[in-house]
Design a protein around this ligand. Structure first.
Ligand SMILES: [Zn+2]
Length: 259
């Protein structure tokens, strides 16, 4: 469907880049237009009416006019600024990672309102959850699910056996679980403990409303973060840049706690 000349959409801002003297290109995620880019004119000049409503991960309401190349953002009004995220470096780094995941995994013009709702609920949760890291693991699992990359975890992908009780393997290329007998069937596999597998399956099944109270124990949290990173790297054929930043902050925190 061709968009009308002037149109309105909800959007979550993913990133900004400079354009010319005073403009910016805003990349955002929308419920029905998928990922999209628009030009915000004059937004780098002091006193711009748009600028405060187009910061990364702001949930905003946009009015756009069709342009020759990129559409032009004529109005922007913040729906939610997610302020708790902006006041806490740790939470903000997790949100930036979530934003980068959405930015990398989605395409322009491909609608996915369910993913949009998940993303907006997630930013909310990252700002207030007692354990935002557990919430982020949930987001990875659910994002992959909504994009058609749900890993198969119920049985071994090769032989169909139930998961072994002593631990199994995860294969990014096969997209799921391999038992100890079949692990050598895939070139690259990573160990997956029984406890981490249970958590993964739980994260596939729970609703976001329940995530407020879920806290994944530290060892499994770490294991799931690694498995997600490997799987995502395989799917995207590249690293998520902000993952390294999250990891660095985590190590800094660990060091300052040890002092
Ligand atoms: Zn097997």
């Amino acid at each position: 469907m061709r968009a009308p000349r002037v149109y309105k959409t909800e959007a979550i801002v993913l990133k900004q880049s400079k354009l010319g003297e005073a403009d910016r290109i805003i990349t955002c995620y929308t419920p029905y237009l998928g990922k999209m880019r628009g030009v915000a004119k004059g937004v780098r000049r002091p006193g711009s009416r748009l600028s405060g409503h187009l910061e990364p991960f702001t949930h905003t309401s946009l009015m756009l006019a069709q342009g020759q190349n990129l559409d032009v953002i004529t109005q922007a009004q913040t729906i939610e600024g997610f302020w708790p995220l902006r006041q806490d470096l740790r939470r903000m780094s997790l949100a930036l990672y979530a934003v980068e995941l959405v930015e990398r995994f989605t395409s322009e013009g491909l609608e996915n309102p369910g993913l949009f709702r998940l993303f907006s609920a997630m930013l909310h949760l990252l700002g207030q959850a007692e354990d935002p890291e557990s919430a982020l693991r949930f987001f990875e699992v659910q994002l992959l699910e909504r994009l058609g990359y749900r890993p198969h975890l119920d049985s071994c992908l090769r032989c169909g056996r139930a998961p072994a009780s002593g631990g199994n393997y995860f294969s990014p290329s096969a997209g799921g679980l391999l038992c100890p007998f079949c692990r050598s069937e895939e070139p690259i596999v990573y160990p997956l403990s029984v406890a981490a597998l249970q958590w993964l399956r739980r994260l596939q099944a729970v609703d976001i409303a329940e995530m407020d109270s879920l806290k994944i124990p530290q060892p499994q949290l770490k294991e799931l973060a690694l498995r997600a990173r490997e799987y995502i790297r395989y799917l995207l054929e590249q690293e998520i840049k902000s993952a390294a930043f999250v990891e660095m902050l985590h190590q800094e925190e660990g060091r300052s706690r040890a002092r």
